[in-house]
Write a protein that binds this ligand. Sequence first.
Ligand code: SF4
Length: 409
Amino acid sequence: MPVRWPPRSAYLHIPFCHRRCFYCDFPVVPLGDRAAATAGAPGSASIAAYLELLLAEIAAAPAGPPLSTLYVGGGTPSLLSAEQLAALFRALRRRYGIAPGAELTLELDPASFDQQRLQAYLAAGVNRVSLGGQSFSDAVLAQLGRRHRRGDLLEAAGWLQQARRDGRLQSWSLDLIQGLPGQTLPAWQEQLEQAIALEPPHLSVYDLIVEPGTVFERREQRGQLHLPEPDLAADLMDLTARRLAAAGYGHYEISNYALPGHASRHNRVYWSGAGWWGFGMGATAAPWGERQARPRTREAYAAWLQQAPELVPAGSGMPFDERLIVGLRRREGVDLPRLAAAAALRPEALAALQQRWQPFLAQGLLLQEGPRWRLSDPEGLALSNAVLRELLAWWEEEGSGAADPPPSR
Ligand code: SF4
């Protein structure tokens, strides 16, 4: 089902970080540990120059309806001053407007902001924060190449709790990483207990993935990175799901958990197949369903902007396999016959997919409930990679001829 209506969501990418963490392959520009947006501080000129480009991209974007979700991510967006953030919000208001009650999320890294700056961000309009905690262990944070330490994380979380109690912040999320080198079940349980004690309304728990070109990849190649074996990795995920469920968190997507009413509206846009605007170096946009990646370096991004890129509806929307993957990541799963019909999938191709999935049905990892197919919770969500790998293999074999060209309007 091609997405043809303009998005109501936007992502802004702020690529600056103090340093590159050892596991990170995001499009980031490390500015050094003393970097700040304050005029004259290390990195301030780079930040100001980049924001000019970002503002120009927003101003030249196609028009659309007012935004109902906005996510400012990175990188480390807390390297921006509140005034710089407010200028970005003004540009988006001019271009689209921001709908009443819109969810405005800002990513913050511990040790990159203080309580006063948090208050200024909230005054600028931020109403949701995503805090990049990753771990409560100083040894693990050092192993990950993170700049902050446990004390910084606890202090930042305390400010967010206070802002929520005062009614100035609607919600906040804590990021953690599981499946780290040397991680054991008791050590991970202890991490979860510390996270729950902070009462974040939302938790994102990501698996460590060793990405090409990272310090972690080099360590792995040298045999110095001892990741949990697959059985232990699955047990860690299972522990996460069970412990967070007992603490009242709903598991609404593979990596995301929320107390009632605190699921991220912006995240749901990504997984629902709806479109979003994306602005900035390395940002991914999908205004009409099909993903468009911007260049991943400042120079290439500036050159791309110079060429006045054509940002108009194109293509046939999100491919069928991608719609299935994003749909299966969600707890509610997908209406398979409806998706297949919308993509004009040949009946024999659909039958082949269902055949490939039979073993997962038999194992209880995948559930069929009427027309809906979903991963079971927690087993299926914990072992989702096996199901999704089979899906990709099927698409590779059947994909090009599986779907007729979708109807255009
Ligand atoms: S702070 Fe985040 S974006 Fe920056 S290097 Fe570390 S993981 Fe990557």
